[in-house]
Design a protein around this ligand. Structure first.
Ligand code: PBG
Length: 327
């Protein structure tokens, strides 16, 4: 017969059993990392209005959440601290009694065997000006002076028991600098996650509320221009050369091309961060009844894995883990 297709792709889509059998992307709970916010001097968890379902944890609620995460079988947690006191140098970041270091010690002790305990290594939560580094006399972010702070922050986090340091500050040379400092101090076993291709994104909006950032202006002198794909690849190559054990692309959904490039060429694992604004968009649209929430969540995360991520940081990690393991 002419005029009819001989190739029929619908055959293997015909039933749920078929679709399940031929599915190409199968995220597993252990490939998910849950970001957690921990607030200093708070007895109760505090909701984050732009991230419905996400809270700033107290130390008590953090402990409970860490055990839920271990129970859910996810791969790890990424910790962020919200200090009460902020200053120009971000001194809370290097204080062993600072909130992030305290939370890290708790996580390492409570669930360090079950989860990879990860910490955000950046100054923006700790500085009163909200930038990811320290400023020079003219108010610009000073790359090399910031590296000195990152070294000390890395040592503080390693000593607190972090397994993997998330270098999210986007200073040139940060990965090499931190690796050298850790090795010299006997922390050769602490791994580095280079936020290699981190773009200056509007999708970090809700995160600023989450960490009560005082940033005015933007981060365009250190984070990547969203227009640049080649430059993202270059950042990734630098981080690998400087000793990153894993590299990151961030945000995820608007940068799947960058992610796919990296997945194809990187010799180390490539992770992606589905950031606060990506979470907020789907939650907000779903709250209006405009999209099917569960399907949108699953589709968004599947697309990040399909593009080539080895693991994904997502605020839905626990919900997804429950769904993926059929609980
Ligand atoms: C830097 C950092 C940010 C995020 C993770 N690490 C904020 C920024 O660079 O502006 C954003 C994560 C998110 O939006 O979910 N400390």
């Amino acid at each position: 017969m002419t005029g009819f297709p001989s190739e029929r792709l619908r055959r293997t889509r015909a039933t749920p059993a078929w679709r399940r059998l031929v599915r190409e992307t199968r995220p597993a709970p252990e490939q998910l990392v849950l970001p957690l916010f921990v607030r200093e001097d708070s007895a109760e968890p505090v909701p984050i209005s732009s991230m419905p379902g996400v809270v700033q944890h107290s130390l008590d609620s953090l402990k409970a959440e860490l055990h839920r995460a271990a129970e859910a079988g996810i791969g790890g947690v990424m910790l962020f601290g919200i200090p009460t006191h902020k200053d120009a140098e971000g001194s809370g970041a290097t204080d062993p009694g600072g909130i992030l270091n305290v939370a890290t010690r708790i996580a390492a002790t409570e669930v360090g065997d079950a989860l990879v305990v990860q910490t955000d290594l950046c100054l923006d939560e700790f500085t009163d000006h909200g930038h990811c580094g320290v400023l020079d006399a003219r108010g610009r972010v000073d790359n090399d002076a910031t590296l000195v702070r990152y070294r000390d922050m890395a040592l503080a986090q390693a000593e607190a028991g972090s397994h993997l340091l998330g270098l999210s500050g986007m200073m040139d040379g940060q990965t090499a600098e931190v690796r050298t400092a850790l090795d010299a101090a006997g922390h050769a076993d602490v791994a580095l996650l280079g936020y290699a291709a981190k773009y200056a994104s509007a999708f970090y909006g809700p995160f600023r509320e989450a960490v009560q950032s005082s940033l005015e202006g933007d981060r365009r002198t250190y984070q990547l221009d969203p227009a640049n794909r080649r430059e993202g690849a270059r950042e990734i190559a630098f981080d690998v050369a400087e000793g990153a054990d894993i590299v990151m692309v961030k945000p995820a959904m608007s940068y799947l091309d960058v992610l796919a490039d990296a997945a194809a060429s990187s010799p180390v694992q490539v992770w992606a961060y589905q950031v606060s604004g990506e979470y907020a968009m789907i939650e907000a649209a779903a709250a209006h009844g405009w999209i099917d929430r569960e399907r949108a969540v699953d589709e968004s995360v599947t697309s990040i894995f399909r593009a080539g991520a080895d693991a994904v940081l997502t605020y839905w990690a626990l919900e997804l883990a429950a769904r993926l393991s059929g609980r």
